[in-house]
Design a protein around this ligand. Sequence first.
Ligand code: CA
Length: 222
Amino acid sequence: MPKLLIVEDEKVLLDLLTHHLENEGYTVIGTTNGEEGLELARREQPDLCLLDVMLPGLDGLSLCRILRRESDVAIILLTARAGEIDRVIGLDNGADDYLVKPFSLPELTARIRAALRRSPRRNDTVLRAGNLQVDLAARRVFVDSREVKLSHKEFELLATLMRNKGAVLSREFLINQVWGYDFDGDIRTVDVHIRWLREKIERDPSKPEHLQTVRGVGYRID
Ligand code: CA
């Protein structure tokens, strides 16, 4: 059964959720503390994290961004106040879903099931686009069955585009996902890496089949 991590500083709610989800058959680990949540996530490699947004110390949104940078774990945010929703939705925090308190336990279970179903961990870790193959787990990329070597950032950039195949991703989104929120360099870094990627994955980098520029918006992989 999938392993869930709950980070919720209201002990009563943490216990209630733990009890309910264990009854549903999940393996549940929980903590009331954000820093410990990060440690547990790294050590226990859960399939899904349920993160309360308002936590003392390391808050849920920051924790979410750190976890997203490190892995594909499914993440559901729990928000207490309507005022938080804007922040939760507005930021590219990498969460898969969010629930506003108070929520019903059946709704929570349904959202968890849906998030796990969509999670790349639960699916094939090999993503394909035409002659291009990206093995997320092994971090290997193949073009026409020939392996191409990518740098760490090139791989992260390609993986992010492949996970969102067909969608146009802005430079800002790509910077946040690949370089992180604390990146303070030039946003054109993205363009430079896209050019390098094209040289490695496209048959003719000047006429890309996969990596498309959407003028004024960003990039898309087909
Ligand atoms: Ca809280």
